[in-house]
Ligand binder design. Sequence first.
Ligand code: GSH
Length: 231
Amino acid sequence: MPHDAPATQPVPTITGFSNVPDFAKGLVRDLRIRWAMEETGRPYRTELFDAMAERPEGYRQWQPFGQVPAFDDGTVRMFESGAILLYLGDRDERLLPSDPQMRWQAVSWLIAALNSIEPALMQIVSMDVFHAGKDWARAARAAAAGLAGQRLASLSNALGDREWLAGTFSVADIAMIGVLRNVQHTDMLDAFPALAAYRARGEARPAFAKALADQIAGFADHAENTENENA
Ligand SMILES: N[C@@H](CCC(=O)N[C@@H](CS)C(=O)NCC(=O)O)C(=O)O
């Protein structure tokens, strides 16, 4: 990755995990932030924790829920993947267009990804992964899949034949494609070829591939509480 940040600009830190169950590899939400950083060629460091262990002392003052990602670039210290994406977008037109209609359309879609689509899809993940085999999960799955299907149909209709949600590629696409990848263990997108193609378009971007490879490499390293410069 190019090192084009001025020497005086601190290298941001992103928190992630060094160790997760297999199903989560490639899905942990720090991927969204890594992807955004790669799109603009910005170097970053990671601070990785074992997902299955206690968080380090004081981490909840940075991320109140003890989750990842959290972000610190020396100017702001913040959490929530959507908020971090918006912060990065605010600083780079390649992530958030400056035209007001496109910009706020992108913000609308980023919030929709996290607030209208992700909860419906995470119910499926919860039943298939976290509560797999439980009677209540089996009983409730059809209804949850119905709701998720309705949300995906609406998203597919809204996307239409556009390449990206806000016209040009933006943090809305990083958020939405990140969310759609949560159900990659299912065939749910098969019913929506436009969404399957949209997800594939995002995943084909070199910045996504680099971000994914780096997240996976962090698991291989099993590098607890280390800092890696992704450059
Ligand atoms: N709304 C948060 C969700 C963050 C989240 O769920 N992170 C997961 C990893 S993808 C996590 O840290 N899970 C461990 C935990 O909840 O303790 C965001 O988008 O940043």
